[in-house]
Design a protein around this ligand. Structure first.
Ligand SMILES: [Zn+2]
Length: 472
């Protein structure tokens, strides 16, 4: 494998979260009864006329600006002609010659190496319906037909599966930051096509194959590694790579030939005579630019200025949800380092951040802030704070009432603790001698004993002070 270069380009289809579809007023909503969000336009009835959804254009431009695209002032919808049962019009409204956005880039970091992946274009198009195969046959649901999609096309600038995944993670994070797509992979909001070829250093680019419709980062990674090795094996056996579209079988971990790759000519694209060209003035573009939220890179800079480490800043900004949550907790309890440590350890652990999909944090930011303040002020100790978080996670409520109901308040009464410690010291002359001899690890023993005697409510800081005072 090492004597070959890997060349990878990605096409990402991302559904926009508009209220209605791209060319009609049907609802854009996942999970409804099949075929309930349909009309003559999105089911291609003769004589029905499409009307462009301005919100979809705005969202596509928003994403374009977030990744540094140039916005074309003149943009055209074309018909991509093909037949498939999920496409009753027998053409998809898409863009070819004059897409909304061109150029742009996504910056990634893999193994500490920064790299810029160039974008070719972002265009707006409509989604097709969904086929549902079961043992009795195939059913079709047209609710998804006509939902606005952006297709984000990269240049073939990636050279490993790791780079491809880093690119997709950054791209999805950006879509979520600007809020134009929900990016829920299990709902098919975001889907990936991988173009891949191999060549030996110095040789011209190899023939590429395309793997269609992957729907998880893990599938992308596995499919790239499998397909690269397959192509290398073919070439090493003296064979040739056929330009074709391949299907990834996740259960078998293999790609299979679907059809020889079609070119854009095969689709007989032509400008849709029912839809006027879009003329976008600079003023509109500027308006959208001004409405862009603060993106990950800028937020990371802000966090570093608050005193967080680069790693922490990157962790918190890896998803807008984390960063928004952090900001909201801070607005109630302004201790960046303390809040960050808690979120990146205790909260992430409970979210299981290895899961690549978006999961909500079930604890309201103000409740999280209250909990952290009690912990910081020494009203509860760390073990109790964790226990309260577990409760909030199951059933979000006021942390103070959980602390009271469970009797978790920390014992901060110095004279009461002193009584307890005097007894422990009396009963453990050996440990006292060890501590006096300079074995500082013995302190943990005293803290443990104090915790036991106080049902876990002792304040470890106060115990330390008392032990140091009483044993000299
Ligand atoms: Zn419709």
């Amino acid at each position: 494998m090492s004597e070959y270069n890997l060349v990878i380009g990605l096409e990402v289809h991302s559904e926009l979260n508009t209220a209605t579809k791209c060319f009609c007023r049907c609802k854009n909503e996942f999970g409804s009864e099949p075929n309930t969000h349909c009309c003559p336009v999105c089911t291609g009835m003769p004589g029905a006329l499409p009307i462009l959804n301005k919100e979809a254009v705005k969202k596509a431009i928003t994403m374009g600006l977030a990744v540094g695209c140039k916005i074309n002032n003149h943009s055209v919808f074309e018909r991509k002609n093909y037949y498939y049962p999920d496409l009753p019009k027998a053409y998809q409204i898409s863009q070819l010659e004059y897409p909304l956005c061109v150029g742009g880039h996504i910056d990634i970091v893999v193994n500490g190496q920064a790299k810029t992946i160039r974008l070719n274009r972002i265009h707006l198009e409509e989604d097709a319906g969904k086929l549902i195969h079961d043992h009795e046959g195939t059913l079709v649901d047209y609710n998804r037909g006509g939902v606005p999609l952006i297709e984000i096309v990269s240049e073939p600038d990636m050279n490993s599966a790791e780079e491809a995944v880093a690119y997709l993670e950054k791209l999805r994070s950006t879509l979520l930051y600007v809020g134009v797509s929900n990016c829920k992979m299990q709902e098919g909001n975001i889907r990936f096509d991988v173009n891949i070829s191999v060549n030996k250093p110095g040789d011209p680019l190899g023939t590429r194959t395309e793997i269609k419709n992957l729907n998880s980062f893990r599938a992308v990674q596995r499919a790239i590694n499998y397909e690269a090795q397959r192509q290398i094996d073919v070439l090493d056996d003296g064979g040739v790579i056929i330009q074709e579209t391949r299907r990834w079988d996740d259960a078998l971990g293999k790609t299979f030939s679907m059809r020889t790759k079609e070119d854009s000519q095969d689709y007989r694209y032509f400008p849709d005579p029912d839809i006027l060209a879009i003329e976008i003035d600079e003023k509109f573009v500027e308006q959208v630019r001004l409405s862009l939220p603060k993106l990950a890179d800028q937020r990371a800079i802000d966090y570093k200025q608050m005193g967080l480490s680069i790693q922490d800043a990157e962790l918190l900004t890896s998803q807008r949800m984390y960063s928004d949550y952090f900001d909201e907790v801070l607005s109630c309890f302004n201790d960046p380092k303390f809040v960050c440590n808690w979120i990146t350890s205790e909260v992430f652990k409970r979210l299981n951040v290895d899961e690549s999909d978006v999961i909500d944090i079930p604890v309201a930011p103000n409740n999280m802030a209250k909990l952290l303040k009690m912990y910081k002020d020494g009203e509860i100790n760390q073990a109790a704070a964790r226990q309260v978080l577990d409760e909030l996670w199951k059933n979000d409520s006021d942390p103070a009432s959980i602390v009271d109901a469970k009797g978790l308040r920390q014992l901060n009464d110095v004279s009461a603790m002193e009584e307890i410690m005097k007894k422990i010291i009396e009963e453990n002359p050996k440990a006292v001698a060890e501590l006096k001899a300079g074995n500082s690890k013995t302190m943990a023993f005293f803290v443990g004993q104090a915790m036991k005697a106080s049902q876990g409510k002792a304040n470890p800081k106060i115990i330390n002070e008392i032990v140091n005072r009483l044993i000299k």
